[in-house]
Design a binder for this molecule. Structure first.
Ligand SMILES: [Zn+2]
Length: 202
């Protein structure tokens, strides 16, 4: 049986479903009709979506968090013990390694969460526009396990100006859309460069 994976929570749904049976999120519509309009902002996102974007689908963030926790633990344990006991090597190693781990972890986490929020914010707060798919191609600039995702480019108008956006998906994008298809786009009024397709392609 054909199925469609929910882009919000990952649940499998029958191919003809309009809403996810697990999280209730709207499922992507293929073809040239943009489908039901997004509700007005602020939007309550389907359950699990933030968690997926920020943690489940973001191994870098998890690694960053682990590094940060290790670094801070080292600092909190070894540095005071070294300081009290006067064991300089313990202070240097515990403190030094702790600082390095905390900095690497903190940096990874900061960048990862910032990128994740750029993905999430248009869904929560974005204004809606009807845009148009302009291009679909294999994105060779990204490779995971020898595979390239599909890039779906679109354009939309905000305050009389034309903007471009790009969505990435591991699904076979030519089955979902073709150039010229009309799609819902959400963008931040203060920065339309932050935009997303609604619903996400997954
Ligand atoms: Zn779902």
């Amino acid at each position: 049986m054909d199925f469609i994976t929910c882009p919000w929570c990952g649940q499998r749904n029958p191919a003809d479903a309009l809403e996810c049976r697990s999280c209730g999120g709207p499922l992507p519509v293929s073809g040239s009709d943009p489908g039901p309009e997004p509700p007005p902002p602020p939007r309550q996102l389907p359950k699990g979506y933030k968690n997926r974007v920020l943690w489940k689908n973001a191994p870098g963030n998890v690694i960053g968090l682990v590094f940060a926790v290790i670094g801070i633990s080292l600092l909190c344990v070894f540095a005071p013990v070294g300081l009290i006991s006067g064991l300089l090597p313990m202070l240097c190693i515990g403190g030094g390694i702790g600082v390095i781990f905390a900095l690497i972890g903190g940096g990874l986490l900061y960048t990862g969460v910032r990128n994740g929020l750029r993905k999430i914010r248009p869904y929560e707060l974005g204004r809606a526009a009807v845009g148009e798919i302009t291009e679909i191609y294999r994105d060779t600039s990204m490779e995971v396990n020898g595979r390239n995702p599909w890039a779906v480019r679109y354009q939309f108008e905000a305050d009389g100006q034309l903007y471009e956006g790009k969505a990435s998906t591991w699904k076979y994008a030519p089955n979902l859309h073709k150039s010229g298809d009309r799609v819902h786009v959400l963008y931040l009024a203060e920065d339309p460069e932050q935009n997303a397709l609604y619903p996400p392609l997954g």
